[in-house]
Ligand binder design. Sequence first.
Ligand SMILES: NC(=O)C1=CN([C@@H]2O[C@H](COP(=O)(O)OP(=O)(O)OC[C@H]3O[C@@H](n4cnc5c(N)ncnc54)[C@H](O)[C@@H]3O)[C@@H](O)[C@H]2O)C=CC1
Ligand SMILES: O=C(O)[C@@H]1CCC=N1
Length: 269
Amino acid sequence: MTTTAVLGAGKIGEALLSGLLQSGRSPDDLLFTERYPERSAELTKRYGVRGVDVPTAAGLADVLVVAVKPQDIEPLLDELAAVLRPGTLIVSLCAGLPTALFERRLPEGVPVVRVMPNTPMVVGEAMSAISGGRHARPEHLALAEAMLAAVGKVVRVPEAQQDAVTALSGSGPAYFFFLVEAMIDAGILLGLPRAVAADLIIQSAVGSAAMLRDSGEHPVALREAVTSPAGTTISAIVELEKHGVRAALIAAIEAARDRSVQLGKAHEK
Ligand SMILES: NC(=O)C1=CN([C@@H]2O[C@H](COP(=O)(O)OP(=O)(O)OC[C@H]3O[C@@H](n4cnc5c(N)ncnc54)[C@H](O)[C@@H]3O)[C@@H](O)[C@H]2O)C=CC1
Ligand SMILES: O=C(O)[C@@H]1CCC=N1
C-alpha cells in the first residue's frame, strides 16, 4: 500500500482524507501537513491521521497531494524542492496551477498529476478530472486515478481543459448549493417553515440528481416531463428565462474559467 500525504489539510484536503478513510484506507497509510497546530491537532483527533512537517511527509510518503491555495504555493514549493525524494509522485489539486510550474520549481524529472476534484468527495461522490505532466508515466496516472476513484468518479482530460473543468465541476457544487439556498428562500416567501422548505428542496435535488445520472435521459427531456401544458412549471420557466438565468450561468462559468487562468498566470515567472 502506498503512503499518501496531503499537504494543506483545509476544506478539500480534509475532504480527501475523510473520503479515503471512508473508502477503507488505513489511517496509518495517510499523513497530512497543516500550517496551524490547532488545526492539525483537531484533524488528528477526528481522523486518527498523523500531522507532520513537510520534510517528514516527503521522507515517508510515495504520493504528495498538494492542497494549499494557489496563492500559498510558492513557499511550499521552496520547502518541497529541498526535501523531495526521486520518484515521489506529486498530485496537485490547486486550481489554475499548471504541471509545468511544479516541474520548473521541483527537481528535474518529477512526476506531476494535476487534478480538479470537488467537495462531494466527503460522501464518495466526487467528480475529479486528471491530467499528467511531462514526466507522468501511465503508472503515475493510474495511481492518482485509483486514489480518486475511491472517493468518486474520475475522467482524464488534456491539461488545456483543466481551467474549464475547474469552472464546471470544481466550483460546480457551489452553484447547486446557491440554487438550493435560493429555492429554500422562495419557500420562506411562500410561508413554509424553513425546515419543511429545506426538506422539500433537498430531496427534490437528490431525486433530480439520481434521475440525471441513472435515467439515461437528456436534461431537456426530464424538464419537459415536469412541464405540463398551461401548468405551474412553465410559469416558473418563463420567469427564469425573463431574468436571464441561463445566460447568467454561462457567464458565471466563463468568469470562473477566466479566474482559473489568471491564478496560473500569477506564477508564470
Ligand atoms: N474547496 C474546494 O471545493 C476545492 C479546492 N480546490 C483546490 O484545493 C486547494 C485548497 O483549497 P481549500 O481546501 O478550499 O482551501 P483551504 O484554505 O480550506 O485549505 C488550505 C489549507 O492549507 C494550509 N496551508 C497553507 N500553506 C501551507 C503550508 N505551506 N503547509 C501546510 N499547510 C498549509 C492552510 O492552513 C489551509 O488549512 C486550492 O488550491 C483550491 O484551488 C480544488 C477543488 C475544489
Ligand atoms: O473556488 C476555488 O478557487 C476552488 C477551486 C474549485 C473550487 N474551489
